[in-house]
Ligand binder design. Structure first.
Ligand SMILES: [Zn+2]
Length: 336
């Protein structure tokens, strides 16, 4: 199945807007693609880019995926197409400067240029302003695609100049079924579907040993936290930190922990939503009955705060230790 056929089914609104705009020759100069991780923003950005350059594109924007241009775009090797992703924590001004220089230096093959900015919320204000100058030049034929998981985190200067296209999340049940068709059990499928919308990424996670071990660590940590057991603090130092070494891994760990508390909240609210962590259902239901909704929402807030602190480059161990202490302190105040 090619990308276009796949996404006409998965993201019909986005695809219709883009196809129609191309057919009527009124594609904008800047778009924001917003949607959860793995939803296909990059795939659609690549398809749109190919549709601009494909040597054999048909009138309905079907790209050939085989011509020289399509192949160079797929290999990120087309002189008029530029990909920008954060270097470390942000997209820096020098990256945009370099981009400008390549535009000037390289013998361009066409007048059109396309810039795809991944994790666009990580642009500094200076980089963003410098980039936006591209689309303000009167005779520039530039298309900029900002990809992000959260449009409200983009700078207002970007938001106000772009057309927003929201990628709709796939229903979890649809994703879990697709995963089952790929040999992933429902129990495991529900957990990975909580972390990504990409079937490929989800299948990889579901079969990854590190991930299976990470799940065990998270359930163990939850076991300590629900009892307000100070062992949680030692567990972070002795076990947790040696398994969750990279920042991204700690984020995954926190997302998995979050899933348990979200389940607890859903049970407390008597929501009909199926549990994410089916295998821990008994423990979650018990905790839900014994705890208060306000405490669960506080616990969820603590985890989200920890995620933000990591994002802001606070050390992983410090973040985790503080999180654990906050949970224990809440329970000392008669929390649970
Ligand atoms: Zn082509």
């Amino acid at each position: 199945m090619n990308i276009q056929t796949e996404y006409v089914t998965k993201q019909p609104v986005v695809m219709r807007i883009l196809s129609q705009s191309m057919a009527e020759n009124r594609l904008g100069h800047a778009y924001i693609f917003e949607g959860p991780r793995g939803i296909g923003k990059r795939d659609v950005a690549l398809w749109l880019t190919k549709a601009q350059f494909c040597l054999q594109a048909t009138s309905d924007q079907a790209v050939c995926d085989a011509c020289m241009n399509c192949r160079r775009i797929a290999e990120r090797n087309h002189p008029d197409v530029h990909f920008v992703a954060p270097e470390g924590a942000s997209i820096k001004t020098h990256q945009i400067k370099e981009l400008k220089q390549t535009f000037v230096k390289r013998g361009m093959e066409s007048d059109k240029k396309i810039i795809i900015i991944d994790e666009a919320e990580k642009m500094t204000a200076k980089s963003a302003n410098s980039l936006l100058k591209f689309i303000e030049e009167p005779d520039a034929d530039v298309l900029i695609l900002f990809l992000t998981t959260a449009v409200q985190r983009l700078l207002p200067t970007i938001q106000s100049r772009c057309q927003l296209l929201k990628f709709q999340p796939l229903a979890t049940s649809v994703l879990v079924k697709e995963l089952e068709a790929n040999g992933v059990s429902e129990a495991r499928g529900r957990v990975v579907a909580h972390l990504t919308q990409s079937v490929t990424e989800a299948v990889a996670m579901a079969t990854d040993e590190w991930f299976a071990e990470a799940r065990k660590h998270v359930v163990q940590l939850y076991g300590y936290l629900r009892m307000a057991d100070p062992m949680a603090f030692i567990f972070i130092q002795t076990d947790w930190m040696s398994h969750f070494k990279e920042k991204q891994q700690v984020q995954t760990g926190l997302d998995l922990l979050l899933a348990l508390y979200e389940d607890k909240l859903h049970v407390q609210l008597m929501s009909e939503q199926p549990l994410i962590c089916m295998q821990q259902a008994k423990m979650i239901q018990q905790d839900a009955l014994q705890g208060k909704v306000t405490n669960t929402t506080n616990e969820i807030t603590h985890i989200l705060t920890a995620k933000k602190r990591l994002e802001a480059n606070v050390g992983a161990q410090l973040t985790m230790e503080e999180l654990v202490l906050t949970f224990i302190a809440q329970s000392d105040q008669g929390g649970n």
